[in-house]
Design a protein. Sequence first.
Length: 215
Amino acid sequence: MTFEKYDDMVFVFDHPLIQHKVSLLRDKNTDTKEFRELVSEIAMLMTYEVTRDMPLKEIELETPIGIARTKVLSGKKMGIVPILRAGLGMVDGMLRLMPMIKVGHIGLYRDHETLEPVEYYCKLPEDASDREMVLLDPMLATGGSASAAISFLKQRDITQIKLMCLIAAPEGIRKVRSVHPDVQIFCACVDQGLNSDAYIVPGLGDAGDRLFGTK
């Protein structure tokens, strides 16, 4: 699988399967069932590159034919944290490849007066600070919620964090990069920008509503 570097910390996937499935996601005629399946499949495909730098160790084992020296995962374990609610759609795709990883959840809302993100829910594995955590959010629009979620994770002594999203706006990338220059961002694609309502253009609409059949 290949990707393009938006900059040294931002990776944009150009794999044909991912681009094909993102196109189907964008289609306003894609129904809820297919939309959920596509989000899960894209997340699963992106997992290959998001986990590329996981450390390995060499072991010796016996095959039906003889002794083999081979490699298994070692070092820090991984966890995933979907931002409620749309991030939930990406969880199953990652779990298909890595059923052993632990899953936390974080929920945010925007205060109507201060316009700042407020954490209303956070449940993480007890050993979250010992894990590399991948934050999941399908749409990186303004970057406000993602930046706040990363800050909340860092406040809990989590130091290794990656952000994984399906579609990003340049504004959102710049926001996260300015606040958290140490966090790698993985995107299936980067769109042209935001409209006056802070929706990604052309985007795919509201990912949460399309995942769960709400309006």
